[in-house]
Design a protein around this ligand. Structure first.
Ligand code: GDP
Ligand code: CA
Length: 343
């Protein structure tokens, strides 16, 4: 069985770890031996202090490879900040982006590979040789895509509460997310470079050749939305013979963790499980929502909706959620096989 997933950082990584746990402990040999390919968002990527940083690739790699800081959900475990402290003493900015010492080693390996002319795909392969994440990690593209955010003007009286920010300018996504905690409203969010980007080698094949495609509960705008903005990827999801099954990142009208509501507001979409499904209406076949949430209105494509516990509160709950997504996908795949089988 070939499973392909799209993913952002923390939400995607946690879900995929649960998916691998569910697969590897299954009684069904097809699930136990399933191959997982993950197409990871790279529009959060940023260059700081000369280092090329791919936060979502690293979150997925560390989480699946056993190196993640479990408390924060991102970055390396048992991390120190010696380099960042020294940079601050040199007066180097920005200081709002956390750069751990161990994490910097990862960024150095990546930055050097790129400087030597290798692609981000190759750099990711090199890093994954160490972490052995039990999945093939593909950046969505080897081209540079960076999400930029247009900040609303901040009234003078409110600036102190927002780190002195006056707004009315365009910043890198990380500055809005990490420095401003997405608390200054965004007027627009744009994955700059996406329109000219090409899917990384293997991405379209992994979508077209999958038996199952999964959308974990990643940020619908700046994670899944950026991946879908790379020309060819959205169409590959529309066209794939595999069922596409997603998990809502929104429960009861709020993102489970983080500030996805600020991203949805910027594109004029309500923070509901139904509205998020609407963003995928052309490609989605199955959708998991929480008990008590409203199902999406019928769209252009038949959609199977199931209510399941959506909180990834621990390893068992996460594996159960991932197992439920897989069950729904295989149920839909079975129905399709029945449709085309000779009478
Ligand atoms: P990021 O790149 O680190 O922001 O991570 P992702 O884009 O992969 O995922 C962020 C999304 O995960 C957020 O919008 C959250 O709503 C969602 N999320 C986090 N924890 C949970 C959970 O336990 N259950 C569900 N359903 N969604 C979650
Ligand atoms: Ca991210």
């Amino acid at each position: 069985m070939r499973i392909t997933a799209l993913a952002g950082g923390v939400g995607g990584a946690r879900f995929l770890r649960g998916l691998l746990a569910a697969l590897r402990s299954s009684d069904d040999p097809a699930r136990r031996e399933a191959e997982l390919t993950v197409v990871v968002n790279t529009a959060d990527d940023v260059t700081l202090h000369g280092l090329r940083i791919s936060p979502d690739l690293d979150s997925v790699m560390y989480t699946l490879g056993g190196g993640i800081d479990e408390t924060r959900g991102w970055g390396r475990s048992e991390e120190t900040s010696g380099v960042a402290d020294e940079l601050a003493r040199y007066g180097r900015t920005p200081t709002w982006f956390t750069l751990g010492d161990k994490d910097i080693a990862t960024h150095l390996v990546r930055t050097q590979a790129l400087a030597e002319g290798r692609t981000l795909s190759r750099a990711t392969e090199e890093l994954c040789r160490r972490w052995a994440p039990d999945a093939r990690l593909l950046p969505m593209t080897d081209d540079v895509v960076e999400t930029h955010v247009d900040l609303a003007p901040v009234p003078e009286a409110e600036r102190a509460a927002h780190d002195g920010e006056a707004g009315g300018r365009r910043v890198h996504f990380q500055e809005w997310w990490v420095r401003l905690h997405a608390a200054v409203p965004a007027l627009a969010i744009e994955p700059v470079g996406a329109a000219a980007a090409r899917p990384a080698p293997g991405v379209l094949e992994a979508l077209g050749g999958a038996d199952v495609v999964v959308l974990p509960p990643s940020n619908p705008v700046v994670s899944i939305g950026s991946i879908l903005a790379v020309p060819g990827i959205r169409q590959a999801l529309v066209d794939t013979p595999a069922p596409v099954v997603g998990v809502s990142p929104v429960v009861g009208g709020a993102p489970v963790r983080g500030m996805a509501d600020a991203c949805l507001a910027a594109i004029g979409v309500p923070t509901t499980a139904a509205a998020v499904a609407g963003l995928y209406a052309d490609l989605l076949d199955g959708w998991l929502i929480a008990e008590g949430d409203e199902a999406p209105a019928p769209g252009p494509r038949p959609l199977a909706v199931r209510r399941r516990p959506l909180l990834m509160s621990g390893p068992a709950a996460t594996a159960a959620l991932a197992g439920a997504a897989l069950d729904l996908a295989l149920e839909l795949a079975g129905e399709r096989a029945g449709e085309v089988a000779p009478a």
